[in-house]
Design a protein around this ligand. Structure first.
Ligand code: URA
Length: 241
């Protein structure tokens, strides 16, 4: 198996990230640094990434209803609660597929499958990520229309998104809007609304591809079954060109 695929399979990093690690000279096979992406790993080879041995393990997939107030990392140097603290003892080295902000709740997948992760997060595969946002101000078709064509955030235009105004509460000067996007840029939803003059004050991801939060309470997690995993794969395959 090629070295970048081996690293992705081991759940250490996505395939693209693995390529970066290799090019940076951080990967060794049997003690020798490898920089060639075409290098293959044979049975019995000892692969290390930044000096840590890696092993291929069974692929596992969890769905977590992330509550507010936890960070989407596997560890935190400030000792804050992470999403891993919410999962039962998992022996595999899982990590979140993309991130949700500290104050965002909702659907978060965790896995040790780097290829799966790449497929889920690449915008080309057009996996729907559906968010429910409560915003300060009155949402109208006029102020939200730019979202359907794309808005510039951090100097780059977002891909066209879909929105649906769920409710407008003029007395409280706030609105609830559902937004569907295919990307996962930093604070993307908050920034998209901000570009329309609306400040997000509550955010939840209600859907990720074919998955939603049915049956889970905030902080609860469950294993995904084979059917759910293949439905996610299929969703990515049908859209990818
Ligand atoms: N967009 C955001 O702004 N925050 C999230 O947590 C997810 C998407």
């Amino acid at each position: 198996m090629r070295i970048n695929k081996y690293i992705a399979h081991a759940g250490v990093a996505s395939r693209r990230k693995a390529e970066e690690l290799i090019k940076a000279g951080l990967v060794t096979i049997n003690g020798t640094v490898v920089r060639e992406l075409a290098t293959t790993v044979k049975a019995g080879d000892k692969v290390e990434v930044e000096g840590t041995p890696i092993y291929n393990e069974e692929k596992v997939y969890y769905l977590l209803y992330k509550p507010k107030g936890v960070i989407s990392s596997v560890s935190d140097d400030k000792g804050r609660k992470t999403v891993l603290d919410l999962l039962p003892q998992v022996k595999e080295r899982i990590y979140p597929v993309g991130r949700l902000d500290w104050d965002t709740s909702g659907v978060l997948i965790l896995t040790n499958d780097g290829d799966f992760t790449d497929k889920m997060i690449h915008p080309r595969n057009e996996i729907d990520k559906v968010y429910l946002a409560r915003v300060k101000g009155i949402a109208t078709k006029e102020n939200l229309r730019p979202l359907t064509r794309g808005v510039v955030i951090d100097g780059k235009k977002t891909k066209p998104a879909r929105y649906h105004i769920i409710k407008v509460e003029p007395d409280k000067n706030r609105s609830v809007v559902e937004l569907t996007i295919h990307e996962g840029r930093n604070h993307q939803v908050k920034k998209m609304f901000e570009s329309c003059g609306l400040l997000v004050d509550k955010l939840s991801r209600t859907q990720f591809g074919t998955l939603d939060l049915t049956g889970l309470r905030p902080g609860e997690a469950r294993r995904l079954n084979k059917k759910e995993i293949s439905q996610l794969y299929n969703a990515a395959m049908t859209k990818s060109k």
